[in-house]
Design a protein around this ligand. Structure first.
Ligand code: ADP
Length: 298
């Protein structure tokens, strides 16, 4: 089975005509939209809706948002027995404003995500867990615990600054099989190591076992343990909202790896999941999109 270790937030979204300048107040949409968010939860939901046997290990607060996130994860087919509740911190919140131009601003209060412990992660990696997928929106010692205990680790170093700041980043990177990065994360991780960062550099320069680089509309590149690359183009699709494309991609990739696919075969599914995500609003892959994807297959 698959275990996703990571962040869960309540995304609080207001639509505005334009963003306020500092000190200014603007009126937004009458209602506040509340969605489940956070990279960990987004990946787990994508995998769950695709039919994965998936559990989520994270931490929410003892409040209404925490209960709501747990219920939404469950409804997406994600097991929540490893979802912890912090006694002394509120559920993580992302305050999001979306302007008519499509540009958004996001402020995150991590709250209970900061309370995820090494011990919780260790306990969640049971013998049945074949793949652990982790991002970097939770404490880095929880990420390291995932790296130490996983039989196979999918590592999405997002935000990349969180990983590069860790004194034991090299140990975490050495377990990544694959490291999954977008072009921005590729540049940040290889900064100072090469003038012209290329996907193939990730294996020798960072010591990861394999890597997948997502290239937006251009699809993705898979890098194997010898540094050999395979390019996987994305289908041309109408783009509605690119938010969460990377999370849908990684959730689908981890699902297929847990099912026993080879990395390139798993990445073909991931490219299709990413392309499905950009065709709809919001950060999470809908069950409708997952249904279509499963009907077509690869
Ligand atoms: P992130 O969301 O982390 O910035 P990318 O923009 O690289 O990551 O997108 C992740 C994946 O989503 C891509 O590898 C691709 O499969 C899919 N994707 C993103 N943008 C498009 C697009 N315009 N058309 C088709 N697929 C896309």
């Amino acid at each position: 089975s698959l275990l996703v270790v990571g962040s869960a937030n309540a995304d609080l979204v207001v639509r505005v005509a334009r963003h306020p300048a500092p000190g200014e107040t603007v009126l937004g949409s009458d209602g506040l939209a509340v969605h489940l968010g956070g990279k960990g939860a987004n990946q787990a939901v994508a995998a769950g809706r695709l039919g994965a046997r998936v559990a989520f290990c994270g931490c929410v607060g003892q409040d209404a948002y925490g209960e709501r996130l747990a219920a939404e994860l469950g409804a997406a087919g994600v097991a929540t027995t490893a979802l912890a509740t912090a006694a002394d911190a509120p559920t993580g919140i992302a305050l999001i404003t979306v302007a008519e131009s499509g540009e958004n601003t996001i402020v995150v209060a991590p709250g209970a995500n900061r309370s995820l412990t090494e011990a919780r992660v260790r306990a969640a990696v049971t013998a049945a867990v074949r793949v652990v997928s982790v991002q970097c929106e939770v404490p880095l010692d929880a990420v390291r615990a995932a790296a130490r205990h996983a039989s196979r680790l999918v590592l999405n170093p997002s935000p990349p600054e969180a990983l590069t700041a860790a004194p034991y980043a090299a140990e975490i990177l050495a377990a990544a099989d694959p490291l999954v990065v977008n072009e921005h994360e590729l540049r940040v991780l290889l900064a100072g190591r090469t003038d012209r960062p290329r996907p193939a550099d990730l294996v020798p320069l960072l010591g990861v076992r394999s890597a997948v680089v997502t290239l937006g509309a251009a699809g993705a590149v898979v890098v194997d343990g010898e540094g050999r690359t395979t390019k996987l183009p994305a289908p041309a699709v109408p783009v509605v909202d690119t938010t969460g494309a990377g999370d849908a991609f990684t959730g689908a990739l981890a699902w297929r790896l847990a099912e026993g696919d080879e990395l390139v075969a798993a990445a073909r599914w991931a490219v299709l999941a990413g392309a499905a995500a950009v065709q709809e609003h919001g950060a999470q892959l809908s069950s409708t999109a997952c249904g279509k994807l499963l009907a077509v297959g690869v």
